[in-house]
Design a protein around this ligand. Structure first.
Ligand code: GTP
Length: 354
């Protein structure tokens, strides 16, 4: 399990994904530092009002500690910042509970701190767990050592208890919600990076290969037929050479949009590499799909155009139905041979093999 400091590279450049991840941790800790500072500022006046001078002075120190964490977070010193937060909350819980008793509920702040400690990757997991356990031990000890309030504070301890319970619950729920949102956005990003091609937004080669393996297993298990097509853009080098690589990229996006939009929702459209695309057509036999692919191939020049390019844009297609017990390598070799044949025959056509 990495920490935020380990996410940083040795060189000055950091990718957006890494810096976003670091930024999320910084934001969570910034909110915590701000909330902690405001809470302790209010506590100073609360304790003055309750005539608890020692606790009021303690909160002046606490406020200083929380303001220091605001500064440390700005400097991205998250590990020191979270250690100071943890120490402050432990010391504060100890003093407030020893003076006002556990009935006042100041020990409850140890819970959101524990959650924050465990969910933000500021310290490594061993240190985080050790400190989290220490928080829980402190919580138990305070409840056991100072179970009931002093006579003098009995009149307001239940009000304090409710206030502390609410004030400790809000950051607890907020920390859990932020963790969940962070997890979801990281998960979405991970899926996108793992499955999608950056340029065309089609599935990438890794996904296509996994899907192909999956459908081959399905076929050998219950005999469900399926087909694949390997598609290569014709004379694409000319587009790059005459219009430049950027225009070539634009052409690839337009071609992939046309091809993928011509497919059915259950078909899998992927960029196999360079100017090659692989399509998987589940639950279908070659005879059922051949005409559809022929039409897609023939209609392409009428549907794909590029500014500055007056020649027709077309593709060659290799199309096969997967044989029972064929290996992935054999199937890919066969569809590649069909594509090669389509190129050899003069391009802009579909060659199928079964
Ligand atoms: N712009 C751009 N070009 C790419 C990309 N990937 C591959 N290419 C180009 O695709 C071209 C493929 O050229 P060739 O393999 O010679 O094939 P071709 O010109 O399409 O000719 P045939 O396939 O024989 O019809 C090369 O110029 C590559 O640079 C890409 O991501 N963007």
């Amino acid at each position: 399990m990495v920490t935020t400091s380990q996410l940083k590279h040795q060189h000055p450049f950091t990718s957006n994904h890494v810096s976003n991840s670091l930024e999320q941790t910084t934001q969570i800790l910034n909110i915590t530092s701000a909330a902690g500072s405001i809470a302790h500022f209010i506590f100073i006046f609360l304790f003055i009002y309750l005539d608890q001078t020692t606790l009021a002075w303690l909160n002046v120190l606490s406020l200083g500690a929380w303001l220091l964490t605001v500064r440390l977070n700005r400097l991205k010193q998250h590990n020191i910042s979270i250690l100071i937060m943890s120490a402050e909350i432990t010391v504060h819980a100890f003093f407030a509970t020893s003076i006002l008793g556990a009935d006042a509920g100041f020990q409850y702040y140890l819970w959101p701190m524990t959650l924050l400690m465990m969910t933000t990757p500021s310290l490594n997991i061993i240190w985080s767990t050790a400190i989290a356990l220490l928080h829980m031990a402190t919580f138990a000890l305070l409840v056991l050592l100072y179970p009931s309030q002093e006579e003098a504070v009995a009149s307001y301890s239940s009000t304090l208890f409710i206030m502390n319970l609410i004030c400790a619950s809000i950051p607890f729920i907020a920390a859990a919600a932020l963790t969940r949102l962070t997890y979801m956005s990281q998960y979405e990003l991970m899926v996108k990076l793992a499955e999608k091609d950056e340029l065309t937004k089609l599935f990438n080669r890794r996904f296509a290969l996994e899907a192909l393996t999956f459908y081959m297993k399905q076929q050998s298990k219950n005999g469900t037929p399926f087909c694949i097509s390997l598609v290569d853009v014709d004379h694409f080098k000319q587009v790059n050479d005459q219009l430049g690589h950027n225009k070539g990229d634009e052409a690839l996006i337009k071609i992939s949009d046309y091809l993928s939009q011509s497919m059915r929702a259950t078909d899998i459209s992927s960029r196999w590499g360079g100017e090659e695309f692989l399509f998987i057509f589940p639950n279908v036999e070659l005879a059922q799909i051949q005409q559809r692919i022929e039409n897609i191939c023939q209609d392409m020049p009428n549907n794909v155009s590029l500014e500055g390019w007056d020649k027709a844009i077309s593709c060659s297609f290799g199309l096969i139905q997967i044989d029972a017990n064929e290996t992935v390598e054999d199937a890919l070799k066969r569809v590649d041979d069909s594509l090669y044949q389509a190129k050899k025959n003069g391009r802009y056509q579909v060659v199928s093999d079964h």
